[in-house]
Design a protein around this ligand. Structure first.
Ligand SMILES: N[C@@H](CCC(=O)N[C@@H](CS)C(=O)NCC(=O)O)C(=O)O
Length: 246
């Protein structure tokens, strides 16, 4: 088999979701690290959409983290499986995946960037992780344009921040109830449901096993934001899931 290629932003939670699925299946793959905005022609030419992660597998380009996992499940079903056995359990696991993809990923991302986007040196260090000298230089010269585009694309405003906090808090309330006794979200083994929730909440739980680690100290605003969630049982669960399965 030709080595799969993962087009990614190292910092992205959805890319972490895809990376974790590949690692869980013990697949050897080549990460291709892209810079925001610069990624667009590369990704659009291959997939007719503009988001990462994108996986090149068997000569095909696959976009959307849930489709990447579904494809890996079909191609490597027992390597080990991320889908639970049984139709009902699978439906439940996929529902958790959709819930986290919609209610956690974009909202935690927007809330975190709200505290980071106006910190140019920190943004530089985060977004250029995994880049060589050429990528870093290209990013340095175009950083103001990239930051403006990111603000616009994610709707990073005070109002957007408040809306995302509401959605994130509601999602955590639901998960705190579900995970009060620990364990797994569906059945009695690790599935796509756990992988999705844990990877998308990674930036809030700060597990040491996560491949992307924040470079240096977090700015005060972000630190306070994260610390305000310290008592959430779901975040202890995320750290536990990372410890056991990442
Ligand atoms: N639904 C997508 C979401 C992926 C996503 O939001 N990717 C972001 C990075 S975290 C992205 O590529 N943003 C760049 C853009 O939209 O141009 C998935 O599950 O893969």
């Amino acid at each position: 088999m030709i080595k799969p290629v993962l087009y990614q932003f190292p910092v992205s939670q959805y890319c972490e979701k895809a990376r974790w699925a590949l690692d869980h299946k013990h697949l050897d793959y080549e990460p291709r690290n892209l810079l925001p905005l610069f990624h667009m022609p590369v990704i659009f030419r291959r997939t007719r959409q503009k988001k990462v992660p994108v996986l090149k597998l068997d000569g095909r380009y696959i976009a959307e983290s849930d489709v990447i996992i579904q494809t890996l499940e079909e191609r490597f079903p027992s390597a080990p499986a991320l889908y639970p056995d049984g139709e009902g359990a699978l439906e439940e696991a996929l529902e958790w995946q959709t819930f986290a993809d919609r209610e956690i990923g974009p909202h935690l991302r927007r809330a975190a960037y709200f505290h980071l986007i106006d910190e140019p040196p920190v943004m530089f260090d985060i977004l250029t992780q995994g880049q060589g000298a050429v990528g870093r230089m290209a990013f340095r010269t175009s950083q103001p344009v990239v930051i403006r585009a990111m603000k616009e694309a994610m709707g990073i405003t005070a109002r957007g921040y408040e809306r995302s906090l509401e959605r994130l808090n509601a999602a955590l309330d639901r998960l705190d109830g579900q995970l009060a006794n620990g364990g797994y979200l569906v059945g009695n083994r690790f599935t796509v449901a756990d992988l999705t929730v844990a990877s998308l909440l990674g930036p809030l739980a700060e597990p040491p096993e996560a491949p992307f680690q924040f470079p240096g100290e977090r700015p005060r605003g972000l630190r306070d934001f994260i610390d305000a969630y310290a008592g959430r049982p779901t975040l202890d669960w995320v750290r536990d899931i990372y410890r056991k399965h990442r």
